[in-house]
Design a protein around this ligand. Sequence first.
Ligand code: THU
Length: 149
Amino acid sequence: MTDTRDDLIAAARDAAGRAYAPYSGFHVGAALLLKNGDVVTGANVENASYGLTLCAETAAVAKIANEGWIGELAEVAIVGGRPDGDALIGSDPVNPCGRCRQILNEAAERSKVDILVHCASGDGTAVATYKLSELLPAAFGPKDLGLID
Ligand code: THU
């Protein structure tokens, strides 16, 4: 459990290093653990038209959906902060934004797992772990459209 958590956070931190965030300067990485043990990552992708920014979690979920793995999600880690060389600065855990909670919910419902979401600070000193159902209670999802039981 701790190994899974720490390995996932490490993968998310690594992904944050590939963020394209020249406007906010805030680099976020997300790591999605699949049921078979594979890890798929994403990082935020900003745009000169600011509102078009893609969050790290959204980028990562798009990757698994495009591979046909949207029903294979098991667990998630998110890391964010401001880069300082190879390190990230920031002592508060980064919580997923509202849109990303909804996007994670799509994959979680399809996977039939109330996934754990590990939210880590940039400097690695703080981790807050939630179930997705705590972050997004009474979610609207594929079950409401009759796609799953
Ligand atoms: N960001 C994410 O990548 N995920 C979140 O859940 C919250 C915010 C990004 C978007 C933007 O590039 C930067 O963080 C600052 O908001």
